[in-house]
Design a protein around this ligand. Structure first.
Ligand SMILES: [Zn+2]
Length: 278
């Protein structure tokens, strides 16, 4: 445990002091990689819809309006597309992609957590990893579900768009525009999922590593920029709870704030600066 190591350092080194923690960096490169994977998934879905559904709409013939009977056909087509997606992106394929993302996040986190501890104590700490399996497996399972949910939601909105077009007599051109809009909505969703999930997972890994070396408390650290929620001069001055107000405040892992430790609230980029008690 880190307390014993620090005690030894105090006894053996004169004037030993805990130094200011260096900044723990966020795994932005892994987030971007995950985002790319999710966008690839969404794009595959969209391309299949385009290939199979758009020709049926009599594309490029502006005078055609969508008729009600397209709704049934659309249902069949989207079901087929869904089946194709399940083959191309099987659970096994998604899990192996997510395993790679998880191990990269973990490697990044490990380096950062120990960099911070070394910066504070001056020594390299070697500890066996905490029970990572217990974190990696739920990450993979819940992300497979999020990806499937994203696909299902896209399929549902495509069907609703065709139904509405039939009811309202939209032209093919108008309908195509609405279908493209559904694609954009799904792309935004993919971006949100990658940001949120990597942040959460990274926060959980930090907590596990801290607890594993005997750290029970931390100081809340924000990215100190205009995107920090609650920053009075920033983009989200009215966001509650304010993470800006938590800057440098002490928290305990045993009694985490309502939405979780740093990184766990939705799209949170904050980090936990370990408190080493001496
Ligand atoms: Zn935050």
């Amino acid at each position: 445990m880190i307390q014993e190591i620090v005690k030894q350092l105090q006894e053996t080194k004169k004037n030993f002091k805990i130094k200011k923690a260096p900044t723990q960096l966020y795994p932005l490169s892994v987030e971007k990689e995950y985002q790319k994977e999710l966008l690839r998934y969404v794009r595959s879905y969209h391309n299949l819809i385009k290939e199979n559904l758009y020709p049926k709409l009599g594309q490029f013939k502006q005078e055609y309006t969508i008729i009600d009977s397209y709704a049934d056909e659309t249902r069949d087509i989207t079901e087929q597309v869904s089946n194709t997606m399940m083959i191309e992106y099987s659970d096994a394929a998604l899990s192996s992609m997510l395993y790679s993302i998880a191990t990269k996040t973990n490697a990044f986190n490990k380096k950062q957590v120990f960099k911070v501890l070394k910066g504070m104590t001056g020594v390299d700490l070697f500890y066996s990893d905490p029970q990572l399996r217990l974190t990696i497996e739920p990450f993979i399972a819940s992300n497979v579900e999020l990806i499937r949910g994203m696909g299902n939601d896209y399929r549902k909105r495509i069907r609703e768009t065709i139904s509405a077009a039939g009811r309202n007599g939209y032209t093919v051109t108008e309908t195509s525009k609405l279908l493209e809009k559904q694609f954009r909505i799904s792309k935004n969703r993919a971006r949100l999922i990658s940001r949120d999930q990597i942040g959460k997972f990274n926060g959980q890994l930090t907590r596990l590593r801290h607890i594993n070396v005997g750290i029970t408390e931390y100081k809340w650290q924000t990215a100190l920029d205009e995107r920090v929620r609650g920053n009075p001069g920033g983009r989200y001055p009215d966001a509650r709870p304010s993470h800006w107000a938590r800057q440098d405040k002490r928290f305990s892992y045993k009694k985490a704030p309502p939405q979780g430790n740093p990184g766990e609230p939705i799209q949170c980029r904050c980090w936990a600066e370990p408190i080493i008690k001496i």
